[in-house]
Design a protein around this ligand. Structure first.
Ligand code: DLL
Length: 441
């Protein structure tokens, strides 16, 4: 759906984003050789791992040699917390950002000025992909602070020459007031918060007053159905932006107006999709774990970082003209996937199924318990105000209908708990979709 009549495809750096596959591989190969030389003998982790594998910097002659190199995991970063992977002297570091894992210590990443510049450039490419230019005013409601969302979008807006409005998360009423008063033309936040903002604008009757034409949403998995819903309410175009703190932050990849996968800024970040169990490279279209090598990063370069995100890759040229490899919308993470009575379940499957049911709204929560040694999945679902009824019979029928749809979609039976509109907590950052009580037992 291209809702903006003045829409015109723009590419910020055609040389980088539209180069041939061969040219890109040569560039990536040169950068990889240089990267290995930069870390070998400097970052003890890589020196030791390469010695263990019997690989020396001279063995890396091109990008195809990447498979000779060791992997890096989140656990490795934790073991070297906070700055054990640093590859440059302290005086070159200009900032740190972090990610708050659900368990254990933070993952902290340092940046040189060049790292920040490249990060901003990647986000600027993404914003251009969303049709934005220096004329635009970008309302950023990702959190500022250690989380990379706020600063990342800010750096990108600045590079583009657009106006960054650094709102950070929270206080929805104030967000709407500033969006309207400052004439914001785009906003950036998590998809779950975008949905909440869309509903809030609708309720306040201010949709028509807004100048918003695009939203740049990411940081958590979301479905195409959720994108359509936000686009429909606000009559805008929504885009899916991906990134992770370890690799830089938002802007590692984003989908263009054709929404046929997220374009990876692969002149800076080399993507591989591997079988999570065997680590064998997968063919285009096959789903596996996304692994990234940061080709240019100076402060904390990472080799073959295992993201745990599940996706597939496509190397065909996109309708937009970009030749950058595209990764499919994320299904979830290897550690997001819940195994319920032997069946693999992702929260996004529940989201897709719920969008097919007219009477509910896409706010949901999965609760997993163990009763008599059996996994029990309860899905809490909000009923749309229009359909909420005092009649037990009607609600019972709806509950059964949702239960049948979910069983069909997931392959396991589900207990459905209907709740009144606005009962499930709205998140201002990443939404919490699952409570797994089984670990507590
Ligand atoms: O979430 C960076 C970011 C900020 C991306 C703002 C987009 C927008 P972390 O906190 O390190 O960084 O979390 C990274 O979030 O490995 C994915 O599991 C998930 N994630 C990020 N973007 C998407 C997306 C930021 N578009 C982790 N779709 C990643 C699905 C996403 N999952």
């Amino acid at each position: 759906m291209i809702t903006d009549k003045t829409w015109k495809e723009q590419i910020r750096d055609p040389q980088a984003e539209c180069m041939s596959e061969d040219e890109r591989m040569v560039l990536q190969g040169e950068k990889l050789k240089n990267l290995v030389k930069r870390v070998y003998g400097v970052v003890p982790f890589y020196t030791e791992k390469m010695k263990e594998l019997g690989v020396e910097p001279g063995d890396i002659k091109g990008i195809e040699d990447i498979t000779k190199l060791p992997f890096t995991t989140k656990e490795d970063l934790r073991d070297n917390y906070p700055f054990g992977f640093q590859a440059v002297p302290n005086e070159k570091i200009v900032r740190v950002q972090g990610t708050s894992g659900t368990t254990g210590k933070l993952t902290v990443m340092a940046y040189t000025q060049k790292d920040v510049d490249i990060w901003g450039e990647c986000v600027a490419r993404c914003l251009t992909m969303a049709g934005l230019t220096a004329q635009d005013r970008i309302h950023v409601c990702y959190g500022y602070g250690l989380f990379t969302g706020g600063m990342g979008l800010d750096f990108g807006a600045q590079k583009l020459g657009a106006m960054a409005i650094p709102m950070s998360a929270g206080n929805t009423k104030r967000q709407l007031m500033c969006m309207e008063d400052f004439g914001a033309t785009a906003f950036a936040c998590t998809p779950s918060y975008a949905m909440h903002l869309a509903e809030a604008m609708q309720e306040a009757g201010v949709v028509e007053k807004m100048k918003i034409k695009a939203a740049v949403c990411g940081a958590e998995p979301w479905t195409v159905e959720m994108r359509h819903k936000i686009e429909e309410i606000l009559k805008i175009n929504c885009f899916d932006i991906y990134g992770l703190c370890e690799i830089s932050g938002p802007g590692v990849a984003m989908d263009c107006i054709h929404h046929e996968g997220l374009h990876v800024n692969s002149d800076f970040f080399y993507p591989e999709v591997l079988d999570p169990a065997t680590h064998a490279p997968l063919k285009d279209g096959e789903t596996g774990e996304l692994v990234f090598t940061t080709l240019d990063k100076e402060a904390v370069p990472l080799i073959r970082y295992r993201t745990k995100d599940l996706t597939s890759i496509c190397h065909e040229t996109c309708k937009c003209g970009r030749t950058t490899p595209r990764i499919s919308k994320f299904k979830g993470r290897t550690d997001d996937m819940k195994v319920i009575r032997g069946v693999n379940v992702f929260p996004t499957q529940v989201e897709t199924a719920l969008f097919g049911i007219g009477e509910v709204i896409p706010h949901y929560l999965l609760i997993i318990d163990r009763e008599d040694n059996m996994d029990v999945l309860t899905v809490m679902v909000e009923v749309d105000e229009k359909f909420f009824s005092d009649e037990i019979r009607k609600l019972d029928a709806l509950r059964h209908k949702i239960g049948d749809v979910l069983k069909q979609a997931l392959g396991v039976s589900v207990r459905v708990k209907l709740v009144e509109p606005k009962t499930i907590e709205r998140s201002e950052g990443k939404a919490k979709r699952v409570i797994d009580n089984r670990n507590l037992v």
